[in-house]
Design a protein around this ligand. Structure first.
Ligand code: IPE
Ligand code: IPE
Ligand code: MG
Length: 256
C-alpha cells in the first residue's frame, strides 16, 4: 500500500515538472482536435455509442482547463461534422443536446476561467435549442480575454469554402471587390475562422489517420499528431505529450 502511494505521488510531481518544462518552450497558439473514438470507446464497454459521447464531454472540460493552463490561445474542437447528420437520428439528437448540457453545467466555470466561447459551422442547420445554448455562451464570454474555446459544430471544410466563394462572388458582383484583389489573405478572411490564426498543431484521436473534412485550407502547414487513444480516454498527459513532440519539430514553411 505504502509503495503504491509514493509511486503515485512521485508520478504527480513529475507531471507538474514536465508541464513547467514544456511551458518554457514554444506553446502552440492554436491547437485543433478531431475528437474521435467515442463510439468505439463505448462499444468496448458494451455500452451504447451515446455513452461514449457523454464521457467525451467530460474530457472537453478537462482538456479546455489544461490548454488554458498551458497558455494555449485557441483550442478548436471538432464536435460535429456536416457529414455526421448521416448517423442514426437518435445519436444525432443526443449529440445536439450535448452543447446544452455541457454549457449548462460548465458555463459559470468557463466565465470564471476567462475562456471565450466561439463557434464555427453552419448555425442555420442546427436545432434552435443547440444554437441558442451556444449563442448564450458566446455572449456570456465575449469580453473574456483568455483561451478561445472554438467549437466546430455542423462544420465541414468544403462547405465553409463553398460558402466563402458564394460570398466572394456576391461581393464581386456588387463591385465591393475585384477578382484580382482576391488574395490568400482575402480568401482566409471569408472563412469562418477569419479572426483566428491557423492551427499550429492538429491532433486526431482514435487511430484514424485522416482529416475528415476539417479545416483543409487552414492546416496547410499545421503539424499533425495522431494517437490511438479514444477521445474519452484522452488526458492532460496525452495533450502534454503532443505539445512536447510539437516542440521538437522543425517547422520550415517551405523555407530552409
Ligand atoms: C467522435 O466519435 C464524435 C463525433 C464524430 C460526433 P465517433 O462517434 O466518431 O466515434 P467512433 O469513431 O465511431 O468510434
Ligand atoms: C470526424 O469524425 C468528425 C468529428 C470528430 C466531429 P468522424 O468519425 O465523423 O470521421 P470519419 O467518418 O471516421 O472519417
Ligand atoms: Mg469517428
Amino acid at each position: 500500500m505504502f509503495k503504491k502511494f509514493t509511486f503515485r505521488k512521485q508520478k504527480a510531481s513529475s507531471f507538474n515538472e514536465l508541464v513547467e518544462e514544456a511551458k518554457k518552450g514554444y506553446i502552440p497558439n492554436h491547437i485543433a482536435i478531431i475528437m474521435d473514438g467515442n463510439g468505439r470507446w463505448a462499444k468496448r464497454r458494451a455500452m451504447p455509442r451515446i455513452a461514449g459521447h457523454h464521457e467525451g464531454m467530460k474530457v472537453v472540460r478537462k482538456i479546455t482547463k489544461f490548454a488554458n493552463k498551458m497558455g494555449v490561445k485557441v483550442l478548436t474542437l471538432y464536435a460535429f461534422s456536416t457529414e455526421n447528420w448521416k448517423r442514426p437520428q437518435q445519436e444525432v439528437d443526443f449529440l445536439m443536446k450535448l452543447p446544452q448540457e455541457f454549457l449548462g453545467t460548465f458555463l459559470p466555470e468557463l466565465v470564471e476561467e476567462n475562456v471565450q466561447v466561439r463557434l464555427i459551422g453552419q448555425r442555420d442547420g442546427l436545432p434552435a435549442h443547440t444554437r441558442e445554448s451556444v449563442e448564450k455562451a458566446i455572449k456570456a464570454t465575449q469580453h473574456n480575454t483568455g483561451l478561445i474555446l472554438n467549437f466546430a459544430l455542423n462544420y465541414g471544410s468544403r462547405d465553409e469554402m463553398v460558402y466563402a466563394i458564394q460570398n466572394l462572388v456576391t461581393d464581386s458582383n456588387s463591385g465591393k471587390i475585384q477578382p484580382h484583389e482576391i488574395t490568400e489573405d482575402v480568401f482566409s478572411s471569408y472563412l469562418m475562422t477569419s479572426s483566428l490564426p491557423d492551427p499550429d498543431l492538429l491532433i486526431r484521436t482514435s487511430g484514424e489517420i485522416r482529416i475528415s473534412n476539417f479545416m483543409l485550407w487552414q492546416i496547410a502547414y499545421t503539424e499533425l499528431w495522431f494517437t490511438d487513444v479514444f477521445w474519452p480516454d484522452f488526458t492532460e498527459e496525452h495533450l502534454l505529450e503532443a505539445i512536447v513532440n510539437f516542440q521538437r519539430r522543425g517547422r520550415r514553411f517551405g523555407g530552409v
